[in-house]
Design a protein around this ligand. Structure first.
Ligand SMILES: *Cc1c(COP(=O)(O)O)cnc(C)c1O
Ligand SMILES: [Zn+2]
Length: 449
């Protein structure tokens, strides 16, 4: 296993390797982010056909933990982690939902939704957190001093960190902006026993504090500037191709905030291409909320990026004005004929609800991606036969307030097109029958006219 090798290097190309077992998050020379670089020559020692066979043999099988969508590809993710340090909850392997009815409404014959929210903590963040927490476990086993793992977050990152840390028995600290935290967002880290600190500041204030804790207090930083998470997340694009028997789709749409996920998707395609598993490149699309759209503005301005002040959005996990991974994301989009689309609150809520009517249950972030898809179709960017994948990043079950407010017409400034509120009916058979006759399409009274 140690035959394969991965190290951290500066994304801007400064010389020098850094061991992934040292808590280093930025290049000591220029301050840029680091990235995990694999020894591709060693990986080329196995043929593309052999890699595909190996990954297929492991995929969703019972041999723990190789049945995990991430650890089944461990040689490409984090080659020198020892089995006893793997902290896995069976992440990855989420199903591709064949969006047949929604697709045919839009005029697409080959539309799929990758349900990454069907995961241990209900979001795709588990794909990366399993790698980060496993590395921390191995560092500690080898004698490194780590007091706790910590992140600043209001949502899915804190839930995922708290769960994986609890599985491993490592203390976790979650730092949240007090006024912006809903009960749903608090429930998971509280339940998993993380130390939840609610600070009287915003997300950026929390981020500044957690970075200082990492520098001064022996706390290991789990925010997405830590590039280990991207190594697990990149299995997302590998897994999609694998689920189509190693055929590359035409287009992938993903909602983007800090832009780690799109960077990781690009990294997954690059390694598959470098090792000869695929030749075709898909088009990659990032969908942003119009309230937090710095990448969209950059796309419209020849990729000249400027941070913005993000305004509140229903898609709270992507309310980010100055994304950490913007440089990586722009490089990926330039390479993959990429484009960026945006969605208003109204558009994301209606798109999520419209697709829900065909049997899915979409979170608001997935709603942003679906609204972007509808715009691409309306603009004629897609052919009917194109194979299109929408990345659903979280489970809709984590966002009950959003669903209920939409269907009861309680979302401010939004007139929902697909609201389906419950109907109050007295405890009386004729009243129930009357309501059905009035309200159910195709019922007797409707047919009779
Ligand atoms: C984190 C997150 C995103 C955004 O991912 P980035 O890598 O920050 O772009 C989108 N949707 C959900 C549900 C998330 O938790
Ligand atoms: Zn550097």
């Amino acid at each position: 296993m140690t035959y394969y090798r991965a190290v951290l290097q500066c994304v801007a190309g400064c010389p020098g390797d850094h061991a992934i077992w040292t808590p280093t998050y930025r290049c000591p020379h220029c301050g840029n982010l680091l990235q995990v670089v694999h020894d591709l020559d060693a990986l080329r020692g196995r043929s593309a056909a052999d890699w595909m066979r190996l990954f297929d043999e492991r995929f969703k099988r019972t041999a723990w933990p190789r049945g995990s969508g991430v650890w089944g590809k461990r040689e490409w993710v984090c080659p020198d982690i020892r089995d006893e340090n793997l902290v896995s909850t069976g992440e990855g392997g989420s199903q591709l939902f064949r969006a047949e009815r929604y697709g045919s409404e839009l005029g697409l014959d080959d539309l799929w939704i990758k349900l990454c929210g069907n995961s241990h903590t209900g979001s795709f963040k588990d794909l990366g957190m399993t790698v980060l927490v496993s590395v921390v476990k191995q560092m500690m086993a080898d004698g490194a001093y780590v007091r706790a793992v910590a992140c600043a977050s209001t949502g899915d990152t804190s839930a995922s960190l708290a769960a994986y840390a609890a599985v491993a028995g490592i203390p976790a600290i979650v730092i949240l902006p007090r006024a912006r935290v809903s009960p749903t967002q608090l429930a998971q880290p509280m339940a998993n026993g993380a130390l939840v600190l609610a600070l009287d500041t915003d997300f950026d204030g929390c981020m500044a504090i957690v970075q200082r804790l990492a520098a001064e207090e022996g706390v290991y930083l789990a925010n997405s500037m830590n590039s280990l998470r991207l190594e697990g997340q990149k299995t997302l694009s590998i897994e999609i191709v694998q689920q189509f028997d190693w055929q590359v789709p035409d287009l992938i749409i993903v909602p983007g905030g800090n832009l780690g996920n799109i960077s990781a998707i690009g990294a997954g395609f690059s390694v598959m291409q470098n090792l000869g598993l695929v030749t075709k490149r898909p088009r990659l699309v990032v969908a942003q909320a119009a309230s937090a759209n710095p990448l969209y503005l950059a796309y419209r301005n020849n990729w000249t990026f400027q941070p913005v002040t993000a305004r509140p959005t229903l898609a709270s996990a992507i309310q980010i004005g100055n994304p950490v991974s913007v440089g990586k994301a722009i490089r990926v989009l330039q390479r993959y004929d990429g484009l960026v689309e945006q969605a208003t609150e109204h558009e994301l809520a209606d798109a999520a609800a419209r697709a829900d009517r065909t049997g899915t249950f979409n979170c608001p972030h997935t709603g942003v991606a679906l609204a972007a898809l509808e715009k691409l179709v309306a603009r004629g960017e897609l052919r009917r036969s194109d194979r299109v994948i929408v990345i659903s990043t979280a489970s809709g079950l984590k966002f009950p307030d959003f669903k209920i407010a939409y269907h009861t017409r309680a979302l401010p400034d939004i007139t929902p097109r697909y609201a389906n509120p419950p109907v109050d009916v007295p405890n009386d058979y004729d009243a129930v029958r009357g309501a059905i006759d009035r309200l159910v399409r195709g019922s007797k009274s409707t047919i009779d006219g």
